[in-house]
Design a protein around this ligand. Structure first.
Ligand code: NAD
Length: 490
């Protein structure tokens, strides 16, 4: 990795409406994972920075909660316009910091970011309550009030849309927010925060950068944070839940996954191969919580399906994320790259392991200059191997044969995760019965798409708790109900 120079661009945090360095002046280098060069530096947020940001958010709340829903919505809609107008430069930033290809990933991510803000901008008036029929002489009604200062923490794999989702839900519901960006990919989100700052009062949104164990942990335990909203690994999610338990604050967790894709023998194989590849998020190097990485194939189509999958994946162009011809970019950082390679090595060592495509990355040639891993498919895998059980978060799929559909469902559910699932068949009865039997928060039949604003999204089991992306998700997770009961005979 090249080191930062005097000219390296420094992006600053946003606290109380001002762009600031960290209290001790330390910075973190941000690397372009496709060529390992330092592209910018961001502040390494300290406990004092977290405290300042949370106090600013708590002060801003007093005025902010009195702003009408209509005005909050208007501000969000203006921010969406700013994001949309800057789609290209934001997409470029996201491609550079994440290594995600601009055409297949970074640009679509920024476009969906504007959609998410607009969706919540139109829903602010839905934070309404109900009246309760307690009798002619009693008026009882409920109000949905903001919870207070939200502490949000997000990962690097889709940094702009995941961060903006928390901003939009918090702001629409009348909360203020301190958000911590991921240390590997904070630049796009910092730019979004600047745009928000053009329309929101100071302190309503504060954006911190820094390491998880430092800035993130300090935010999770801050006594003035009244709600925690975390997206990231199940391991860190457990720490966040402990921090929430210590102070009895509500917590939303969007965590990891190891999602099954069950393919029945009646499918159009090539169309299904294309859908399975989309569901696996191969163009995001498999770095997606919803990646359909466990492929359960009926034995009668196993070989021909794996062959078609291999032939299709061979055509993927891997390389420079900024090149419009690139389908697939680089893994985020050295640590993840080593981790993914570790899983591939583990798979190769299993008795009977068969690599249909991919394997360990080349040590020489153009792809060796960045953290590139080819799409890798292991065939004839047993559901109890590590590569079939643990979240790899890389472009590695396992193909597991099945004969009896009850056995396929049993294997699909034999996981501590339960985020997404994919069912592929032309038989609608089998499709629906399978979807109902799978223990996952989201089952897609004959498609493998990403989240849609308006549809609740979240995990079963250790994939998380709470829902996002929808009106109900915002109401349940970002407001609290108050009942007011009035005696009319008094
Ligand atoms: P991670 O859990 O390592 O980090 C996520 C965030 O938490 C980062 O901002 C990090 O700085 C922070 N963090 C780390 N340690 C912390 C601590 N001790 N206290 C407070 N904050 C801490 O995850 P990652 O590697 O950035 O992202 C990959 C993981 O995220 C995968 O497991 C993936 O499945 C999951 N993910 C889930 C969803 C979802 O919607 N369910 C979406 C995207 C990613």
């Amino acid at each position: 990795m090249t080191t930062a120079t005097q000219q390296t661009v420094r992006s600053l945090m946003l606290i109380d409406g001002k762009a600031v360095e960290s209290s001790d002046g330390r910075f973190i280098d941000i690397e372009n994972p496709s060529n390992r060069t330092v592209i910018a530096q961001v502040p390494r947020g300290t406990d004092a920075d977290v405290d300042q940001a949370v106090r600013a958010a708590a002060r801003a709340l007093e005025e902010w909660k009195r702003v009408t829903p209509k005005d909050r919505g208007r501000m969000l809609l203006r921010i969406a316009d700013l994001v949309e107008a800057e789609t290209e430069s934001l997409a470029r930033t996201v491609a550079l910091e994440t290594g995600n290809a601009i055409r297949t990933q970074a640009r679509p991510e920024v476009k969906s970011t504007a959609d998410v803000i607009r969706y919540y901008g139109g829903l602010t008036g839905e934070t309404k309550g109900e009246t309760v029929p307690l009798g002619e002489h009693v008026l009882s009604y409920t109000r949905r009030e903001p919870i207070g200062v939200v502490g949000g923490i997000v990962p690097w794999n889709a940094p702009v849309v995941l961060g903006t989702l928390k901003i939009a839900m918090s702001i629409a519901a009348g909360n203020t927010l301190v958000l911590k960006a991921a240390e590997d990919a904070p630049l796009g989100l910092l730019r979004i925060a600047e745009m928000c700052n053009e329309h929101l009062p100071p302190g309503v949104l504060n954006l911190l950068t820094g390491y998880g164990e430092e800035t993130g942990a300090a935010l999770a335990r801050h006594p003035l944070v009244r709600k925690l909203s975390f997206t990231g690994s199940t391991e860190v999610g457990k720490l966040i839940m402990h921090a929430a338990a210590d102070r009895i604050v509500p917590v939303s967790l969007e965590l990891g996954g190891k999602s099954p894709a069950i393919v029945f023998p009646d499918v159009d194989e090539q169309r299904t191969v294309d859908g399975v590849i989309t569901g696996m998020r191969v163009t995001r190097q498999g770095q997606s919580c919803t990646a359909g990485s466990r492929l359960f194939l009926h034995t009668s189509i196993f070989e021909s399906f794996v062959n078609k999958l291999t032939t299709t994946l061979q055509k993927f162009t891997i390389g420079d994320p900024l090149d419009e011809a690139t389908d697939m970019g680089a893994i985020i950082n050295r640590k993840q790259f080593d981790r993914v390679c570790g899983y591939i090595t583990d798979g190769l060592q299993q008795k009977g392991a068969r690599v249909a495509i991919g394997g360990l990355p080349p040590k020489e040639g153009p792809l060796a200059s960045g953290y590139f891993v080819q799409p890798t498919v292991f065939a004839d895998v047993s559901n109890d191997w590590r590569i079939a059980r643990e979240e790899i978060f890389g472009p590695v799929m396992v193909a597991i044969p099945w004969d009896d559909e009850r056995e396929a469902i049993r294997m699909a559910n034999d996981s501590h995760y339960g985020l997404a699932a994919y069912v592929w068949t032309r038989d609608i009865t089998k499709a629906i019965n399978t979807a109902h039997a799978i223990e996952s928060g989201w089952v897609q039949i004959n498609q493998g798409l990403g989240q849609f604003p308006g549809q609740s999204y979240g995990g079963y089991k250790q994939s998380g708790m709470g829902r996002e992306y929808s009106l109900e998700g915002m109401l349940d997770s970002y407001t609290q109900r108050k009942s007011v009961t009035i005696n009319l005979q008094w």
